[in-house]
Design a protein around this ligand. Structure first.
Ligand SMILES: C[S@@+](CC[C@H](N)C(=O)[O-])C[C@H]1O[C@@H](n2cnc3c(N)ncnc32)[C@H](O)[C@@H]1O
Length: 204
């Protein structure tokens, strides 16, 4: 049976994020960045777009059992691992890409740092990290988008909301990339979501 929590998350955000997730999946396919790890996968929606299988190997990792129950029921062929993103059960240098889709802003700074160290460890030499997260508003549409995303974050509440506010006060995704020693390779702005997709690699 599908988990209600996962179902609700997908029903609310799935349609809004679908196009963006497809863009990211197309990027991974075009650059052949397999195997790919969707870190903090949530309902596993990105993994389902990639599809899995020997040519398009994808793994999802999350800490929340409710999301994972949903993700496994929807795509039994994809390995979904329950683990802490700051301490991953994978050997070094095994993934061609790590996806962080709205998975940074909601974490505390200690976990963010641990996640980035782990992402660097599990990526192979030419591996890329794909971020999708909130950016400081840069034009009228993104300022309107910020009102919308702020409301969603407010609804999430608690630690998630506090961490998200801190992430924005610190300068959003662009500042986080600089702090994490990432070099931007390609990016795409999503003004109405007050967000940006960034493909990056770690500085050597
Ligand atoms: C805002 S959701 C993003 C989900 C998904 N990536 C998406 O784009 O819809 C953040 C996710 O981080 C997960 N998470 C929180 N703390 C975690 C941790 N320490 N390790 C792994 N996942 C964690 C949550 O369970 C949640 O699924």
């Amino acid at each position: 049976m599908l988990d209600f929590y996962g179902w609700t998350y997908d029903a609310c955000l799935g349609p809004i994020l679908s196009k963006t997730r497809h863009w990211m999946a197309a990027y991974v396919r075009e650059k052949n960045l397999f195997p790919v790890l969707d870190l903090c996968t949530g309902t596993g929606a990105f993994c389902r777009i990639i599809g899995g299988g020997p040519q398009h190997s994808v793994w999802g990792l999350d800490l929340d059992g409710r999301f994972l129950r949903y993700a496994r029921a929807k795509a039994p062929q994809i390995p979904f691992i329950q683990a802490d993103a700051g301490r991953m059960p994978f050997p070094d240098s095994v993934f061609g890409a790590v996806i962080l889709s709205y998975s940074v802003h909601d974490k505390g700074s200690g976990l963010r740092t641990a996640m980035m160290e782990e992402a660097r460890r599990v990526l192979c030499a030419q591996g890329q990290i794909l971020f999708l997260d909130f950016e400081m508003p840069w034009d009228r549409a993104s300022r309107i988008g910020r009102v919308f995303t702020y409301s969603i974050e407010r609804l999430a509440g608690g630690e998630h909301f506090r961490n998200s506010q801190q992430f924005m006060r610190a300068g959003g995704l662009r500042a986080f990339l600089a702090l994490s020693h990432c070099i931007e390779l390609e990016s795409r702005s999503l003004p109405w979501g007050n967000s940006r997709i960034v493909a990056a690699r770690f500085r050597e």
